[in-house]
Design a protein. Structure first.
Length: 158
């Protein structure tokens, strides 16, 4: 993102005020800037300022995070906007409709997890061979005897 060259002071907000107005900690704003989700301008004193219009951008980032999007997905969404402009309501509608299939899949996965968890609460088996949550399809048994995951065999390995 490219900051505007010499901004008018009324269009820029000091980071502390911006943090209060956006409800996001100044450290998070600096993090977002480091992740190329926001751009700041330095005033004559060298203090970080953000464009007033970036309040909406921060609201967009927070809403997208609440939906479960990664920072990479949010960055891609923001990059799809013409000239890195601040998202509008129309942009949110377009982008959020593209996220719907991903959200539907997450809902299915969470429902499955909830249903499996309900049958597992209180059993305390901690079994690498029986637990449907920790060892779906008993993949750990193919790796040998013992506590395979605790021995360093990651659950993502096959």
């Amino acid at each position: 993102m490219k900051p505007v060259s010499e901004p008018r002071s009324s269009n820029w907000i000091a980071i502390g005020d911006f943090a209060r107005r956006s409800g996001v900690a100044a450290s998070a704003l600096r993090f977002y800037e480091g992740q190329r989700l926001l751009a700041s301008h330095r005033n004559a004193s060298g203090r970080r300022q953000f464009a007033r219009s970036d309040l909406r951008r921060v609201a967009f980032i927070r809403a997208a995070q609440a939906v479960g999007l990664s920072l990479d997905q949010i960055r891609q969404a923001l990059a799809s906007l013409p000239e890195q402009r601040t998202p509008t309501q129309r942009d949110w509608t377009r982008l959020s409709s593209a996220w719907r299939p991903m959200l539907d899949q997450k809902i299915i996965e969470l429902t499955r997890l909830r249903d499996q968890l309900a049958s597992c609460i209180g059993c305390g088996c901690l079994s690498l061979t029986k637990c449907a949550l920790y060892n779906p399809g008993d993949v750990a048994a193919r790796r040998g005897n013992g506590a395979r995951y605790l021995m360093g065999d990651g659950s993502s390995q096959s």
